[in-house]
Design a protein around this ligand. Sequence first.
Ligand SMILES: Cc1cc2nc3c(=O)[nH]c(=O)nc-3n(C[C@H](O)[C@H](O)[C@H](O)COP(=O)(O)OP(=O)(O)OC[C@H]3O[C@@H](n4cnc5c(N)ncnc54)[C@H](O)[C@@H]3O)c2cc1C
Length: 486
Amino acid sequence: MNYKKTMAEYPELKGSDTVDFALVHKRDKDAALWKLLRQKVLDRTDNIDVWLSSRAQHLIQEPGSKIIRGVQIERDGKLLNIHANNGVVMTSGGFENNPELVQTYLHSVRLTPLGTLYNRGDGIHMVQEVGAKLWHMANYESHGILPGLTFKEGENERGRQIAWPLLSHGSIFVIADDGTRYFQEDAKHRHGHITTHGSWLIPMNNQHPYIVFDQAQYNDFKQQLDDEGRLPYPEFMDKLVKADTLPELANKLDVSAANLGQTVTDFNAYKAEGRDFAFGRNPESMRAFDGGPYYAIAAANDVLNTQGGPQRNENAEILGVDNKPIPHLYGAGELGGIVANCYQGGGNLAECLVFGKLAGEHAAVVKTDADVVDADEANGINDLADGENLSNVKLDADQYLGSSNAGLGGKVVVRLTYTGNKIQNVEVVQHHESEDAGLVAVSELPKEIVAANSTDVDAISGASASSRAIKEAVKDALGKAEAMHN
Ligand SMILES: Cc1cc2nc3c(=O)[nH]c(=O)nc-3n(C[C@H](O)[C@H](O)[C@H](O)COP(=O)(O)OP(=O)(O)OC[C@H]3O[C@@H](n4cnc5c(N)ncnc54)[C@H](O)[C@@H]3O)c2cc1C
């Protein structure tokens, strides 16, 4: 057996053989990494300040240079501007507790968090204010009790992660808001993603999904309770909705009775046929529904953690919408994680460590900012006004400049070569005319003026304003030439 390959959640992906487990010691699930890191911070108390209950609100960015100079933090009801000599590292985690961001990016009215209740996507708003480019916003991970689902809890309560075979084996299935089944309940999932026509996706989000089962399944749950003294989800029995008939259950769940009835009929037929024609559930895991009573328990779409946030490069520098690093701004952890869709389990903590180290090292480098234009240095630049300056147009003997503001795009400037009372040459040296007929006038009209030795020529069709401006500019230059010759 290839040990490393079995470590990867997506073994089919390129590079998956590099996925491995790294443990702090030969046990897991005892928070050893957290305790180790926490102690290392405490060991450096002389050099590291730690502020709790201090919510960062905004990054402080220098206009012009775009350098991040610090962070504005609310602490004890006061707003404090904290200066950063060389860099700020954004590590404020995900946005799973921000309903607006969840709705916008994850297509759900509400996802029940399985982890922290405090990550509200502040970092996303902060980096947006300074022009960062966002990536991977639509990707998140899930776990729960079934792919993408946990039991429904109250507002601001965490969801549970429970492996419980009876939830997907027997006369039991999950219904969507319309009372129909919508995924393979016994599917192998990868952080909540199941194969959907060849792609790994979290089953669609619903507002009030339910797990529905019959009396025989209830008896199995009851048996487990009697045998083990408690169920994996102790509140299970208390939260059940019970009804004698399917229409009555549908009514209690506020779903279509016709859909629920048909779904049970289909489920039973698939079992009899030996094949789940709808979703490919293993028929061995299916038992036909009996005559009731029937039961349901409310489920909820859950989220383990989000991945989206500001894009960062290999130096942990956060990029702006122009793909260039925003000076002095760095990122690590799941705020802008590198996972686009297929999350190799364990990768989140790995990138906390890897990008945390990179970000810290780069942020600590003393900056000279020689390559960043400072706002003061940029003052006084006026490309528009500079374009009006004609001092850089070279003039030989017998050459004269003329200009007109009558062009469609504004100023038109010509260089006239004039000897022996004859127009020898006309060059348009500055113009802002349109790319179609205007450009024809710019290239053709000077030739006609030279041939006629006069500005009394026909305008170029469709470019009367440009033609008029060129003729006016030539007349202006002719005036200067004649003044020289008289
Ligand atoms: C139940 C569960 C199990 C998991 N298991 C694994 C696993 O086995 N392996 C793995 O690799 N990953 C796992 N993950 C994912 C992994 O834990 C996270 O991706 C990782 O902890 C993210 O770390 P972070 O430092 O980026 O963000 P977080 O740990 O979320 O820390 C962000 C911090 O920023 C704070 N914060 C937020 N906003 C502000 C603000 N405005 N001002 C100041 N502070 C702010 C928050 O309070 C929080 O303390 C799991 C996640 C969960 C929920």
